[in-house]
Design a protein around this ligand. Structure first.
Ligand SMILES: [Zn+2]
Length: 90
């Protein structure tokens, strides 16, 4: 089991519902697709998390389906600024 810190995300174009989906993430300056991350989480091999700049708290990342498409989201117990959606984008 390894743990990976997600530092940035790439988002889709806005959907018909008017929001964006995380489609790619940056870990150790390398890009991983959402599909790759979901496979590793589902296999129980690895944990992925984000860190809050203000508190240093970590939030676990979970597979998520939005608009019928696979994506990722942060643990709902997270403090606001360690949410996956608040990371810088690339
Ligand atoms: Zn959606």
């Amino acid at each position: 089991m390894s743990e990976y810190l997600i530092t940035r995300t790439r988002k889709s174009a806005p959907t018909a519902a008017g929001h964006e989906h995380v489609i790619e993430v940056e870990i150790n300056e390398q890009l991983r697709t959402v599909a790759e991350v979901i496979v590793e989480i589902r296999n129980g091999e690895d944990d992925f998390y984000t860190l809050s700049p203000s508190t240093g708290k970590r939030a676990l990342i979970h597979p998520w389906t939005c608009c019928g498409m696979p994506t990722l989201h942060s643990d709902m117990k997270s403090v606001p600024d360690n949410n996956l959606d608040s990371l810088p984008v690339f």
